[in-house]
Ligand binder design. Structure first.
Ligand code: ATP
Ligand code: MG
Length: 263
């Protein structure tokens, strides 16, 4: 379980304070999948970094599993937009890295890494190196690396946004499968509303800076869900429409003014 209690974060910069998040109150149940959407710069990555222990709140508190977050911990895994694999290590060795950092790798760990890689369609690629893989394949390796420690919390910051549409859908489908099997408490930041509706139990819409939780929508569609034709197409469309409206309703940033152009 993840709990935000009045959590705020302000950044001190040379040109003044930037209030990224203001007084977030939010509880994410154990095993829940929460998607977070909001305009660029509204504080989504900051929210994840607070849970990951990479940042401290400037007010309030964030707790994971009932304990206040004071720094990174092994039961909380993080995955970014870019895979960030080590180029000199094989695929398998990249997946095992978090275990190696914490101690010894045991034979069952290797088996588990192989099972994870096979599950995301990378059977036969274990001994390859990152440069031999496509972007989508690299991101699959990063997903396995995030899952190798059986994290109780999985934090994902736009993990599929650098991928082509088809690969993205495939990976979202695999993530859904992984979540149904392993049930990590998941916070998934995305700019794609259909992706949020496909994956999430609830979708939190953040307001523009300072980020606050503007609304939370429950997605009550049975799993497994799919982007294609299915019995719940109208439910999916209704949720997507509602979220799109909500996102448009968040305060728009000031319009861009190019000097010399008429106002
Ligand atoms: N280390 C930092 N120092 C100063 N300001 C920061 C820092 N990190 C984030 N900010 C500011 O905090 C605000 C929120 O940033 P954040 O990266 O959380 O937004 P975001 O919602 O993830 O945006 P995007 O959708 O573009 O990824 C922004 O105004 C950003 O400039
Ligand atoms: Mg971000």
């Amino acid at each position: 379980m993840i709990e935000f209690s009045g959590a705020s974060r302000t950044f001190r910069t040379r040109s003044g304070d930037v209030e990224a998040l203001r007084s977030i109150d939010l509880t994410i149940a154990a095993g829940e999948f929460l998607a977070v959407i909001g305009r660029s710069g509204c504080g989504k990555s900051t929210l994840l970094r607070l849970v990951a222990g990479l940042l401290r709140p400037t007010a309030g508190e964030v707790a994971v599993g009932g304990r206040p977050v004071t720094g990174p911990r092994p039961d909380v895994a993080l995955m970014f937009q870019r895979p960030a694999l080590l180029p000199w290590r094989s695929v398998l060795a990249n997946v095992l890295l978090p275990l190696e950092i914490r101690g010894r790798v045991h034979p069952p760990d290797r088996d588990r890494a192989r099972t994870l890689l096979d599950a995301v369609g990378l059977a036969g690629f274990h001994r390859r190196h990152p440069h031999e893989l496509s972007g989508g394949m690299q991101q699959r390796v990063a997903l396995c690396r995030a899952l190798i420690q059986r994290p109780s919390v999985l934090l994902m910051d736009e993990p599929f946004s650098a991928l082509d549409a088809l690969t993205r859908e495939e990976l979202a489908g695999q993530l859904q499968q992984v979540h149904m099997e392993m049930r990590p408490t998941t916070v998934f930041v995305t700019h794609s509303i259909p992706e949020a509706v496909l994956l999430a139990d609830r979708v939190a819409v953040l307001s523009h800076r300072p980020g606050r939780v503007q609304r939370i929508i429950t997605v009550d569609i049975p799993r497994p869900r799919s982007f294609g034709h299915n019995a719940h197409l109208t439910d999916v469309a209704a949720h997507v429409a509602e979220l799109t409206d909500l996102l448009h309703a968040t305060d728009a940033p000031a319009p861009l003014h190019i000097p010399g152009s008429p106002r």
